[in-house]
Write a protein that binds this ligand. Structure first.
Ligand code: HEM
Length: 163
């Protein structure tokens, strides 16, 4: 693959394929659940990473929540934008910062289908953290039209399975 764009050096620790075998999900309005997820961060030499997050049912392996998008960095800064489409009919634009091997993001725009199910998602907060060279963690909090402020929805650790 082409050389990594210089602007992406602060994000190089995300690159690769990661697999989470025991994600934990909850929310005040739903039953606790476990899930699996495969995550890929890749690039084509442009100053953005492309990613996919593909979750599946803990027992059956059936595909569940899926996301695809781009992670952009404002060149010369630690400022990030995540541009993301979710299979549940949500588009998410989040912004935040990379500090060392940790990223924090919060949505400023969430687009929604006219026929989307209630409750509407009104805020998404994410953190990514490199726990060690082989272990990545993601934590997601969200707010909905029925529940504010933001509360925990997802925590998962992924192991690197390919470069
Ligand atoms: C439920 C949003 C990612 C699994 C929900 C609900 C919302 C939501 C709004 C309904 C809550 C309610 O009824 O009050 C999101 C957002 C995500 C996300 C914004 C990403 C940023 C995931 C992922 C999984 C997942 C990765 C992995 C399997 C579930 C499950 C439920 C749920 C199992 C309960 C479904 C049900 O009871 O019908 N999510 N979700 N979600 N989510 Fe997520």
């Amino acid at each position: 693959s082409p050389p990594l764009h210089d602007a992406l050096k602060p994000l190089s620790w995300l690159l690769g394929t990661w697999r989470g075998e025991e994600g934990k999900g909850d929310y005040p309005t739903i039953k606790d659940f476990k899930y699996k997820e495969e995550v890929k961060f890749d690039h084509v030499g442009q100053p953005n990473l492309e990613f996919s997050f593909c979750s599946s049912h803990y027992e059956t392996g059936k595909p569940l929540h899926r996301e695809k998008g781009f992670l952009k960095i404002q060149p010369g800064t630690s400022h990030l934008a995540l541009v993301n489409t979710q299979n549940v009919g949500i588009v998410e634009l989040s912004e935040g910062e990379v500090k060392g091997q940790e990223i924090t993001l919060e949505s400023h725009t969430i687009g929604r289908m006219t026929f989307g199910k209630d409750p509407a998602v009104t805020k998404i907060q994410r953190t990514f953290r490199l726990v060690d060279a082989d272990t990545l963690e993601q934590v997601v909090h969200m707010e909905t039209s029925a529940t504010a402020p933001a509360q925990h929805h997802l925590s998962i650790q992924y192991k690197k399975v390919a470069l």
